[in-house]
Design a protein around this ligand. Structure first.
Ligand code: GLU
Length: 462
């Protein structure tokens, strides 16, 4: 092994980039960056029936959106079939793998009998060559699979970067299939050849793979390949304590992008979900990279907390410069068929403190670009007949003031004085008419962003 840290993320392109995979990618990326190493992206597309180009594209787009830049890849497993077959041939030659001609029916029968005897269902190694053993005659027309000669006895132990020492006995596992009859390798084999060829030193992945690791370690050993270190990250649970899944809300990175979350907020939140640096809740990517040395990873499952993510996002929105926020809000507006203009940064400045997402910011901005329809209830409550003359006076005054915040504020004051009413009496109905809601930032600031014509037009609806 060279001294260089090399990590990877190896998603299967059978759907969007899942939040759990995104978090593992983040840890792998940050670990490599922390150590001045390299990060590899590998697409594990050997499940030909379920893998799609569309999923691959989505995964690449999400990695890009999150800013998880990789030094190598994407490397596609289906483009490496020759290499896998070469290694299989070497293993058959060395006697660490063998052909098995069991039909699916025979395997079913085998398992059925084991179940009836109350045993664990494991392949009984009937095709495994042993000294002095007579193998069954090779049947006609049954395409063989290749199985790995797993050591039948002994413990496999590794010191997991997240979970500490893990031991699994070889009696728990069997001679797994490494090459299917169609010549496509299985996950546990391809992953080892790839991690070996790509000189991966540290494997971070979800803990659903813990039971695969003994096989992989045994294959590494059979190949005489150096072992990477493994770190198995616990699952993410939904609000209900069950594994986070589609049925329980958005689980794809894409959905959060669409719903107005900022990539830097997502990274921050995902990082904290299963890792900590003291009590720090908000930190930059650079800070994370400088802190992420593989320690302080949590051994127990993290709970997805939508409210906390929204809070983190709100902090990032608040801190983001208006000029940088505006294009993101413009993109949200565009989805609604609304074209924004040069007023958008000022709108962001005025409303961003009250928004958790760019979608919420676009909701506010839309009032400046598209018509608003106040609710009947708001109209009835705030735009009562008694206040209509006050609104009319305001419309008159605004027709001739200089169109800037201070003069608008002065005009409002004059109207209040003339009618002897207090600010809320006028402000509430004007907000309802202009913005469609009685809760907005200060009236003069809001009015100044509208054009004079638009303000007068909406006030006249009273
Ligand atoms: N393709 C596997 C997955 O998506 C990768 C597991 C690994 O990182 O080894 O779960």
């Amino acid at each position: 092994m060279t001294g260089k840290v090399r990590t990877r993320i190896a998603p299967s392109p059978t759907g969007f980039l899942h939040l759990g995979t995104a978090r593992t990618a983040l840890y792998s990326w940050a670990y490599a960056r922390h150590h001045g190493g390299e990060f590899v992206l590998r697409i594990e597309d050997t499940d030909v029936a379920r893998s799609t180009q569309d999923s691959t594209d989505q995964i690449l787009a999400s990695m890009h959106w999150l800013g998880l830049d990789y030094d190598e890849g994407p490397i596609y497993q289906m483009q490496r079939l020759e290499r896998y077959r070469e290694v299989i041939a070497q293993m058959l030659e060395a006697g660490t793998a063998y052909h098995c001609y069991c039909t699916p029916a025979e395997l079913d029968e085998m398992r059925e009998a084991q179940r009836a005897r109350g045993e664990k269902t494991l392949y009984d190694r009937r095709w495994r060559p042993e000294p002095g053993k007579v193998l069954p005659p090779v049947p006609e027309g049954v395409p063989p699979v290749v199985r790995f000669c797993n050591p039948p006895e002994g413990d496999v132990t590794w010191n997991d970067l997240v979970k500490g020492e893990i031991t699994i006995n070889n009696r728990e596992i069997d001679d797994l299939i490494i090459l299917r009859p169609d010549g496509v390798p299985t996950y546990n084999f391809a992953v080892v050849v790839d991690d070996w060829d790509m000189a991966i030193t540290h494997v971070f992945r979800g803990d659903e793979h813990i039971n695969n690791t003994p096989w992989q370690i045994n294959i590494f050993r059979a190949l005489g390949a150096p072992l990477p270190q493994f770190g198995h990250v616990p699952v993410i649970l939904g609000d209900d304590g069950q594994k986070l899944s589609k049925r329980r809300g958005a689980v794809s990175v894409t959905a959060y992008e669409e719903n107005g979350y900022l990539p830097e907020a997502m990274l921050n939140y995902l990082a904290r979900l299963g890792w900590s640096h003291g009590d720090d809740e908000l930190f930059t990517r650079e800070q994370m990279v400088s802190w992420f040395d593989g320690s302080h990873l949590s051994k127990s499952p993290a709970q997805w907390d939508a409210a906390k993510l929204a809070w983190v996002n709100a902090q990032y929105i608040k801190a983001k410069p208006d000029d940088a926020l505006a294009p993101l809000v413009a993109a949200q507006l565009q989805k609604r068929g609304i074209a924004a203009d040069e007023r958008l940064p000022a709108i962001c400045a005025l409303f961003k403190d009250r928004c958790e997402t760019t979608v919420a910011l676009a909701d506010w901005a839309a009032a400046f670009y598209a018509d608003v329809t106040p609710s009947e209830a708001d109209l009835a409550q705030h735009v009562a007949d008694a206040v209509k003359p006050v609104i009319a006076t305001l419309a008159e005054k605004l027709a001739s003031v200089a169109w800037e915040k201070v003069s608008i504020a002065a005009a409002i004051k004059e109207v209040l004085a003339e009618h002897s009413v207090k600010m809320p009496v006028l402000a509430m109905p004007v907000r309802v008419l202009l913005m469609g809601t009685p809760q907005t930032p200060s009236l003069d600031s809001v009015l100044a962003i509208f054009s004079r014509e638009k303000v007068i037009e909406r006030l006249k609806r009273a």
